[in-house]
Design a protein around this ligand. Structure first.
Ligand SMILES: [Cu+2]
Length: 107
């Protein structure tokens, strides 16, 4: 039979796992034919954005407010952990017509 202490320890471990997974989502944004898709994404501080560049061109994901500037080599997947909340407009420095927005909610 399980003692109350063992039961409590198991429950705490279980809750810890649940809260970790609830706070660390990964959001994929594909770059294909010079388009970010989806162009509008929602995330929470601590989440990871993963850009998947399917093009044969180099791109960037450059925040207009200067928060981040992420190089996107051709045919590569590049992650970024979001550290600050806000509505962040970004674009590609090589192709300024490429635009996206990530709305980052506080944790
Ligand atoms: Cu580009």
């Amino acid at each position: 039979m399980w003692s109350r202490r063992v039961l409590l320890a198991s429950l705490t471990a279980l809750l810890g796992m649940v809260s970790v997974s609830a706070h660390a989502a990964t959001i994929e944004i594909t770059i294909e034919n010079l388009v970010f898709s989806p162009a509008n994404a929602k995330a929470t501080v601590g989440d990871t954005i993963v850009w998947i560049n399917k093009d044969i061109f180099a791109h960037t994901a450059t925040a207009r407010n200067g928060d981040w500037d992420v190089a996107q080599p051709p045919k590569k997947t590049v992650p970024l952990v979001l550290r600050k909340a806000g509505s962040i407009d970004y674009y590609c420095r090589h192709h300024p017509n490429m635009k996206g927005t990530i709305v980052v909610a506080p944790q």
